[in-house]
Design a protein around this ligand. Structure first.
Ligand code: ADP
Length: 553
């Protein structure tokens, strides 16, 4: 029997028209570095998105599934691009401005982007790339920056001013009724563990994901909230927050290019956001800043941390400051919300609560999960059996972008034969569905047939008062196959030596004796990837090249 329900496609244009009409007075507030922040209402964002769509179609000839790229910080013009491009039927491609130049060129050419909308402050990055961008015909520039950098950069590219382009366009657009399964946006993985891969989100996947982000069991934000969106819009759609906030009228506080701890602390104190989202490295920086120069950050009732594991010491320090961390796990391929760590009701207020908050969290109803052991066997959800996490669901990628080649579309190390996404993350799942990641499959240390979690060692080390940061990588060992190498960044004036740190790890059985590293080195900073994660590939390379001064104890 057929259902009797209406079949209304889940389109991004519906989020746009709803948000700009019913939450028209909610605001996108943007930090400017000096003086007053910029303030733009959702109603204005809606009208300007329509203007942008007209300009892209009528002046720049954007049609069909043409790719329109953005090279932008978090700001209202980027939000306008987020809505205008997919709503008109084209495909938004957010470019990660922290990628090495050659990777950016590769990605733009791979996606065949026709237009790039860029912030003026990023023209020093864009100008030298332009001659290598084969498909780009138009560059649209927004915000302050030296336009002359583009003079003569490329003969085939026409340069436009964002504000001029949209100035005299109509404030409404007859958004087409698209197929909800059509491409809306694309994002390349940051290549921490290999070549970048294109993930293409549909209108439907983004719509459903936004509803999940808004659920009380997830971020649960309403129009009484202001969300400080530090996670870049070029990083997995800023974790879906621009779409989700527009749905429910949550004010967006956008840092633009002011991502340093000082300005972040200032914007929290003056604009009093109730929610914020970023990767742990941002929060580590903010914590140091607040210790050096205390500010009133009490408005921040909820801080979503994800992208890499939240160190327990960071969570505890935030608790003390009255900011409650909510840990979440996801990846480019999962839109990204995969799990979120809201403890079950029965442990609230008990000793177990903190342990639950430290897990990567519980799977929402639409994300199915299973664990696969080294031999391909299914492992139980007993909180002990560790295997590779595989997931499926309506906002989980089922393939990568890139033509017909099966190895590009569905590489065997990324998708199971029955279509589940292999996450490359290793962990356990408790009987009540909480995920605890122990490592990445590629980072776990395989010592004498046993696994050592590099993340456990790092967390234990970072709990020492003299340690600012620590990264642990596997290095080859004649006897055990692999052993951990501890690379440590010491705080200024720290006195702890390696023997002290090793004893600290062993203390109270925190780390089993056989897992304690015997190789140690002090480094100035942990190398980071384009999205602020520890770049262990670089550390392994430095060790192999003999560039690290390693002490054996
Ligand atoms: P990349 O794979 O290039 O780093 P992503 O941003 O897609 O790009 O990263 C996804 C990965 O980040 C996950 O597979 C996982 O290894 C890691 N990750 C994300 N969130 C967490 C978390 N809360 N705890 C531990 N690891 C996390």
């Amino acid at each position: 029997m057929q259902s009797t329900m209406q079949d209304v496609p889940l389109l991004i244009s519906r989020i746009l028209t709803h948000g700009s009409a019913l939450h028209g007075s909610s605001q996108v507030i943007t930090w400017t570095g000096e003086g007053e922040p910029r303030r733009r209402s959702f109603a204005e964002v809606g009208a300007r998105s329509a203007k942008l769509a007209h300009a892209l179609r009528d002046d720049l000839g954007v049609q069909g599934d043409a790719r329109v790229a953005t090279l932008m910080w978090n700001n209202p013009e980027h939000v306008e691009a987020y809505f205008a491009i997919p709503s008109m039927g084209a495909v938004l491609h957010t470019l990660n401005l922290r990628l090495p130049a050659e990777q950016l060129v590769w990605i733009v050419n791979h996606a065949a982007d026709r237009v790039v909308i860029a912030n003026g402050s990023l023209l020093p990055l864009l100008a030298p790339l332009l001659p290598h961008l084969k498909s780009v015909e138009h560059v649209v520039v927004s915000g302050p920056g030296d336009r002359s950098l583009l003079d003569g950069a490329s003969a085939q590219v026409r340069v436009h001013e964002y504000e001029d382009l949209i100035a005299d366009k109509p404030e409404t657009y007859d958004w087409p009724e698209l197929d909800e399964r059509q491409a809306a946006a694309m994002c390349y993985t940051s290549g921490t563990t290999g070549d970048p891969k294109g993930v293409v989100y549909s209108h439907r996947s983004i719509y459903l994901h936004s509803m999940q982000v808004n659920m009380a069991q997830s971020m649960g934000l309403t129009d009484q909230d202001t969300s400080l969106i530090v996670v870049p819009q070029f990083h997995v759609n800023a974790w879906g927050l621009p779409h989700a906030t527009f749905m429910t009228g949550v004010n967006m506080l956008m840092p633009d290019r002011f991502l340093q701890p000082g300005p972040l602390a200032e914007m929290i104190e003056s604009e009093r956001p109730t929610h914020a989202a970023a990767v742990p490295t941002i929060w580590q920086g903010l914590l140091q800043e607040l210790k050096a120069k205390p500010r009133d950050v009490s408005s921040l009732g909820q801080v979503t941390i994800g992208g890499s594991a939240c160190p327990p010491a960071l969570m505890a320090a935030f608790d003390e400051l009255g900011m409650r961390v909510c840990h979440a796990w996801g990846m480019t391929e999962t839109s990204p919300l995969g799990t979120i760590a809201r403890p079950p009701a029965r442990v609230i207020g008990t000793d177990e609560e903190f342990a639950y908050r430290l897990t990567q969290g519980r799977f929402p109803a639409s994300v199915e999960a299973r664990l696969t052991g080294p031999g391909g066997e299914r492992l139980p959800w007993d909180g002990e059996s560790a295997g590779e996490l595989e997931v499926r669901g309506p906002w989980i990628a089922g393939a990568y972008y890139g033509g017909q080649d099966a190895e590009v579309l569905r590489p065997a190390d990324k998708f199971s034969e029955d279509g589940w996404l292999k996450t490359g993350d290793v962990g356990t799942i408790s009987p009540d569905g909480y995920l605890t990641l122990t490592d990445r499959a590629k980072d776990v240390i395989k010592s004498g047939g046993e696994w050592i979690s590099s993340v456990d060692l790092e967390n234990a080390l970072m709990a020492h008062p003299d340690v600012a940061e620590a990264a642990v990588v596997a290095v080859p060992d004649d006897k055990w196959g692999e052993r951990p190498l501890a690379t440590v960044v010491l705080k200024e004036g720290a006195t702890a030596d390696f023997a002290t740190l090793r004893a600290f790890l062993a203390d109270e059985g925190k780390i089993a004796k056989w897992q304690l590293p015997e190789r140690w080195t002090v480094i100035e900073a942990v190398p980071k990837t384009s999205v602020g994660k520890f770049d262990k590939k670089v550390l392994r390379g430095q060790y192999a090249a003999g560039d690290l001064d390693v002490t054996q104890i």
